[in-house]
Ligand binder design. Structure first.
Ligand SMILES: Cc1cc2nc3c(=O)[nH]c(=O)nc-3n(C[C@H](O)[C@H](O)[C@H](O)COP(=O)(O)OP(=O)(O)OC[C@H]3O[C@@H](n4cnc5c(N)ncnc54)[C@H](O)[C@@H]3O)c2cc1C
Length: 667
């Protein structure tokens, strides 16, 4: 007689992949053993692992209603969602915008297809709601499904999910554990080994011992190439899906196609496609997205393979400050953020290349047995990602406070890891900086309506500062903008116009395809000067930065089409034109164009041209040579152009420099 089905409910979060997935890997022996006996049998096989006394695996991907709006899944128009709108706390912005919503749906769908294609009866269910509600419904539904003797038809052997950082994610875990254990079912949180350094290999026992400065952390791990553990193989078989699966709880309904799911996710967002902006950006003719990628493990692995075999990984150090194009950086962040790929898979792909195996034969760096500048730099950034995540763990909800975690990095607190700052005390602390808020007057007595207007112009890409506007239009339209641009944008919002950094972080959370709670909130506060930057914040000069990184003005012209006809060259003789740095100044800040030129280009009367949110002091000398570049009021000492547009500030720093600069990810 077949045993009663014993099911593991596996809730997927940011582990949406088959390969290097600890849970799929763990349960795959069940399927193998079972297959060797009789295909599709219900025999319970533990394979020597006590928690593997199971017959079925029910993988469920949940769109969590707290962070993504799910009212589009209501089965009838007349119904109302039981959940409040998924909007941010500070500025009331949607938590998840259209770019990430699509990417998430694609990722889940891709996994569903990959599981089904194993041909072993596996698959994936998709649900919406709070995770604890989804689990509660499933457990209660199975509990109420009984045979004629009153026995449940199935046993739930456990509810498993992978752990995440972030206070909200931790709260989801606690609530899910509570409702599961209340029902007498085992609950287990797994470490999702999607980081560069495995959970069990971090070089400290207690999270309070995490250094407050990245450099110290990174140094404790060098040589980075030796750190990652092996990635787990992709299982070829998995346990069956249960033959009976509880439906989505009302009032929601899950469509049976990817297009249907995307429609449901986008419907509430599409009710106001301006997202509150009076003049939202429109796609400029002829401009290509730097991030045209679909979500899903299949596409993540394809991208990784392309990066290796094209040589883009090896040239990363030289190109990573780029602004335009597909391959100047890896564009793996969204895949990493959603767990469509893991950091150690990236490491091992580079390792194979370095060892002369797999794609990339004949390219520089192939088979040398050691890392090259590019592969080292990628590992360096992946460790930044790990570090940000560990900061989330260390500082918990302080990551979201207007003071950020910075208070614990002040010299008087630096050694105690913040342990002496009780949370309630911390939360009552007045803001250390004089932010402008959108909902109330700040310490400077400013007008919140004006601040809102400023923020709207910022979000629309109409500040009047070319680099900032190009990036903000790009991110609004594509869900991506480069790291270099992000740094400038974050610095502009916080240091130049003084708006509460959390509003910027929420705006990015809404727009970014690659949104990751730790990387986003950690980077924003780092730049705002309230994070763990030993230099206490940095003010980027976006004109100087444009001169460094957009020397031909291509990026600004791509995303701010109103400026495409600004002439940037001067004549150097018959048929010889050369970029004129003085003319670039008019592209970088259009108010600097002569009146006649503004008139002739149709720029007169545009708010961002006539009345920029701020005017940046910067000029170039007559000769136009680099030596003649001056930052007014700061002197030439601040100039650090490296010569080429692709010039990369990234380099291994001297000891003294490092101590002063704190190993900023992209300096
Ligand atoms: C204000 C601000 C907000 C940011 N928000 C996010 C976010 O929500 N999600 C996110 O993944 N990254 C974020 N970053 C970091 C960085 O900008 C992106 O990871 C990077 O631009 C993504 O493009 P890429 O994959 O081509 O990166 P690459 O340059 O190819 O880097 C390789 C990988 O390293 C990691 N990485 C690189 N730089 C950083 C960094 N500074 N911090 C943490 N990890 C890094 C990413 O996983 C990235 O995919 C933010 C940076 C800033 C300044």
């Amino acid at each position: 007689m077949a045993t009663k089905p014993r099911i593991i409910v596996y809730i997927l979060r940011r582990d949406v992949r088959l390969s290097d997935n600890p849970i799929f890997h763990h349960v795959s022996p069940v399927a193998c053993k079972r297959d060797s006996k009789t295909e599709l049998s219900h025999d319970s096989i533990s394979n020597g692992k006590p928690d593997l006394n199971i017959t079925h695996l029910l993988p469920i991907y949940v769109f969590p209603a707290n962070s993504i709006e799910v009212s589009g899944f209501l089965s009838h128009e007349a119904q109302r969602s039981p959940y409040p709108e998924a909007r941010s706390k500070v500025a009331g912005i949607w938590r998840t915008g259209p770019h990430r919503a699509k990417f998430l749906a694609e990722g889940a769908w891709n996994l569903k297809e990959n599981l089904e294609q194993l041909g072993c009866g596996s698959g994936l269910e998709i649900r919406v709601g709070y995770i604890n509600h989804v689990v509660e419904h499933i457990l209660d539904w199975y509990n109420s499904d009984r045979d004629e003797n009153g026995d449940t038809k199935v046993d739930i052997a456990g509810v498993w999910m992978t752990g995440e950082e972030g206070s909200e994610e931790k709260a989801d875990e606690r609530k899910t554990r509570a409702i599961t254990e209340e029902r007498g079912v085992t609950f287990k949180i797994w470490d999702d080994e999607k980081y560069f350094v495995d959970e069990s290999d971090v070089p400290f026992d207690n999270i309070s011992d995490l250094p407050n400065i990245y450099t110290q952390y990174r140094k404790s791990l060098e040589p980075l190439r030796k750190r990652p553990r092996r990635a787990l193989p992709s299982p070829s078989r998995l346990p069956l899906l249960p033959s009976v699966i509880p439906p989505q709880q009302e009032p929601f309904e899950i469509p049976t196609t990817l297009a249907g799911i995307k429609d449901c996710l986008l419907a509430p967002l599409n009710q106001d496609p301006t997202f509150g902006l009076p003049a939202p950006p429109v796609w400029p003719a002829g401009t290509q997205s730097a991030h045209p990628y679909s979500g899903g493990e299949t596409y993540a692995l394809q991208r990784l393979s392309h990066l290796i075999s094209s040589g883009a990984m090896s040239s990363y150090k030289a190109t990573r400050n780029g602004l335009l194009g597909l391959d100047f950086s890896t564009k793996l962040s969204a895949y990493l953020a959603q767990g469509h790929i893991t950091a150690r898979q990236i490491h091992w792909a580079m390792f194979e290349f370095e060892e002369g195996r797999g794609g990339g034969e004949g390219l520089t760096g192939y088979g040398t047995g050691k890392e090259n500048d590019g592969t080292y730099a990628v590992r360096f950034e992946l460790v930044w990602r790990d570090y940000m995540r560990l900061c989330s763990r260390k500082f918990g909800s302080k990551m979201f406070h207007s003071n950020g975690i910075g208070v614990v990095c002040r010299p008087d607190n630096i050694d105690n890891g913040g342990k002496d700052l009780a949370r309630s005390h911390y939360e009552q602390q007045p803001s250390r900086k004089r932010w402008k808020y959108l909902h109330k007057s700040g310490a400077g007595g400013d007008d919140p309506a004006k601040n809102r207007e400023m923020f709207n112009r910022f979000g629309s890409g109409r500040t009047g500062i070319g680099l900032i506007d190009a990036s903000n239009r790009e991110i609004f339209l594509t869900g991506y903008t480069s790291n270099r641009a992000r740094q400038n944008v974050a610095s502009f919002l916080t240091a130049h116009i003084g708006i509460d950094w959390r509003v910027g972080a929420e705006w990015y959370e809404f727009l970014l395809t690659d949104y990751d709670v730790s990387s986003n909130w950690g980077n924003w506060q780092y730049i705002a000067g309230v994070g763990n930057d030993p230099r206490d914040g940095r003010k980027f000069n976006p004109v100087k930065q444009a001169l460094d990184y957009d020397r031909q003005g291509e990026y600004i012209k791509a995303w701010v089409p109103e400026l495409r006809n600004v002439r940037l060259t001067k004549s150097m003789g018959p048929n010889k034109e050369e970029i004129d740095e003085n003319r670039l100044m008019g592209l970088y800040q259009a108010w600097r164009l002569e009146r006649w030129e503004r008139d002739s280009l149709g720029l007169s009367g545009l708010d961002w041209v006539e009345h920029p949110l701020t005017k940046i002091e910067f000029s170039v000398g007559r000769g136009g040579s680099r030596a003649n570049v001056n930052v007014k009021g700061r002197g030439r000492g601040n100039w650090r152009g490296q010569g080429s547009t692709r010039g990369r500030g990234f380099r291994r720093l001297g000891e003294e420099e490092k101590a002063n600069r704190g190993d900023f990810p992209s300096q």
